[in-house]
Structures are given as C-alpha cells and as structure tokens.
Design a protein around this ligand. Sequence first.
Ligand SMILES: CC(C)(COP(=O)(O)OP(=O)(O)OC[C@H]1O[C@@H](n2cnc3c(N)ncnc32)[C@H](O)[C@@H]1OP(=O)(O)O)[C@@H](O)C(=O)NCCC(=O)NCCS
Length: 330
Amino acid sequence: MERPINATIRGTGSYVPPRIVPNDEFTQSLDTSDEWIRTRTGIRERRHAGPGDTAATMGTLAAREALSAAGVAPGEIDLIVCATVTPDLMCPSTACLIQSYLDCRTVPAFDISAACSGFVYALSVAEQYIRTGSAKTVLVVGAEVLSRVTDFSDRNTCILFGDGAGAVVLGASTDPARGLFNIRLFADGSRQELIQVPSLVTPNPPPGSMALPNLRYLRMNGREVFKFAVTQLRAQVELALADCKRLGKELSLIVPHQVNVRVIDAALEDLDFPAEKVVVNLDKYGNTSAASVPIALDEAVRAGRCKPGDTLLLVAFGGGLTWSSALVTL
Ligand SMILES: CC(C)(COP(=O)(O)OP(=O)(O)OC[C@H]1O[C@@H](n2cnc3c(N)ncnc32)[C@H](O)[C@@H]1OP(=O)(O)O)[C@@H](O)C(=O)NCCC(=O)NCCS
C-alpha cells in the first residue's frame, strides 16, 4: 500500500531591509515616546524598505535563502505561493514577479491575501498541493512593505509596522513522523472594518467601513484588534497543546505572529508553557504582517532554537478578520 504524502519544511529564509527605524525617529514629528512604544508594544525598532525594495524583491531574497538552506534549485520548484497585502502591483501577482526573478520556468504562481494570517493560509494551500501529489516542491513566501501604506501622521498605527520577507521550501515526504499537520484556518468578514488597507479600486467612501480620511493608508481599531488577537492566539495555542498531547508529541516552540508583546504575554498567561519556548522578535522588526511568522521561524531555525524532530506551532491572526495555525514536525 502507498504511504500518505506529507509536506515537510526543507528550508527557511528571510530578508529585512537594512534601514533601521528606532522609536525615537517618531518622536520628532508625533506626540509619542520611546518609552510609550516600548512598554505598550515591546517594539524598539523596525525596518523600512528603501526606494528599490518591494514585496517581490524582498520575497525573492528570502526565497533564495530558503532554497539554499533546502539545497533546492529554482528549477525544481513546482509552485510558488506568496502571501502579501502590499503587492508590487495589483496585476500581475507578486508570486509571478518572484517566479521571473528566480527564473523558475512556467510553474504556477499566485498570491494569497489574508493579512497577517496570510503565510499560514499560503502554507495550507501549498500543503494540499503536496499531499494530493499535485506538487513535490513548493516555495511559500510572506512579504510586505507596510511602510508604503502607513500613515506617518497617525501615532496609533505608524509605530507598529515594519517591512520584510520570509520564505520556506516545502517538500513531499512519506515519513509519517514529519511534516505539517492540523492546519486550521478561520475568517470573520463581519468584523472587516477593524483593520483595512484600501486598494486602487476602493470606492470613496468604502461601504460598511471606517471613514478613511486618506484612501491610501492602513486604518485600524487597535483596542478591538488587541482583544481579538489575545483571544484567538490563546485559543489556537490551547488547541495545539491538546493536539500534541493526544498525539504524544511535545510542543517545542511557538512561533506566533509578531503583533505586540502584551498580546503574546496575555494570551499565554497561566497556560503553563515556558516563555523561553515562544519566539519573539517584534522588538527588532515590529509587525510585518504576512512576513512576520516566516521571519521569526527562519530566525529560530538559524539560531538553533529548533532541530529535526521538534514540533512547532505557527500561529497568526489579523485583518479580515482572519486567524490560523499549523503544527509542523521538522
Ligand atoms: C495599538 C496599540 C499598541 C494601542 O495600545 P493600547 O494600550 O491598546 O492603547 P489604547 O488604544 O487604549 O490608547 C491609549 C492612549 O494611548 C494613545 N496612543 C496611541 N498610540 C500612541 C503612541 N504611539 N504614543 C503615545 N500615545 C499613543 C491613544 O491615543 C490613547 O490616548 P487617549 O486615551 O487620550 O485616547 C494596541 O492596541 C495594539 O497593539 N493593538 C493590536 C494592533 C495590531 O498590531 N494590529 C495589527 C493586526 S494583527
């Protein structure tokens, strides 16, 4: 009998642009302080894209790292899925641009739009292509240039976001002990107004949405998003801990969406999960939306915080509203 196919992580990569924006930079034009930003969010600095950086250029650099870590040549990729809400163009997709920059022949390439949950959504699509035998090797990218949709006169949002990209190469394996499992995706469009990024075709004013003073910029109800994030992060972690217990696996590391250190602390409070097994790098990068989980995952892998055989929880939540999680045994 043929053994079922699993999607395993073969390699990870990430890229952040070199320009570091410390909290103090915002105090020159806004009524804010380094102390407020650090204590209310945990963020010390973030990266902002340079004039030539886009989701596709940064995604390509992250992808090259992931391919090199996996020992996979661009010509071996069967499919490219890119998660982004800040694409270079509305058409063609960022995934198509990455495909051309990597010179990956004519393999299918498309984008996923699920805000900060986008990378886990993209992983779930890639995983299904692999599990059904439609693809053997899939490149999954999360890439964002949020600084281009940030209103730098809005202290509620501009301090939170950063730019960057992360990528993984997924491969087919028949080893039952390894791979992605128990992927969960959710969406609640009835709360769509809590975070919005307008597009070129957004009507003015957008139906059923927040009044957008400027149709270019991200708007958010921070307090409501905060409550949603704590609730869903906690719920996903509880589900994952129960899954692992049932399967006799130990959860080695949680790689959460990097939203706000207070969100992560509040969600994990009393859960009896050691804080040192939670990856937090938002102090350096802020919230990079779909890029946040793959950047944090890549840093954890490269820092030796996880090894083959370890089981990790990737968990994200954001605009839509959307939320998602995936367990993976490396
Ligand atoms: C945005 C966020 C940091 C605000 O922190 P908070 O503790 O909830 O603060 P509040 O919204 O209650 O605002 C408290 C006060 O701080 C003020 N404030 C907001 N941003 C500020 C800043 N950068 N500097 C100084 N004061 C600020 C507010 O205007 C408010 O003042 P007021 O009471 O006079 O109206 C927090 O809600 C958050 O992280 N939410 C999640 C956001 C997110 O990352 N979403 C992305 C999608 S997942």
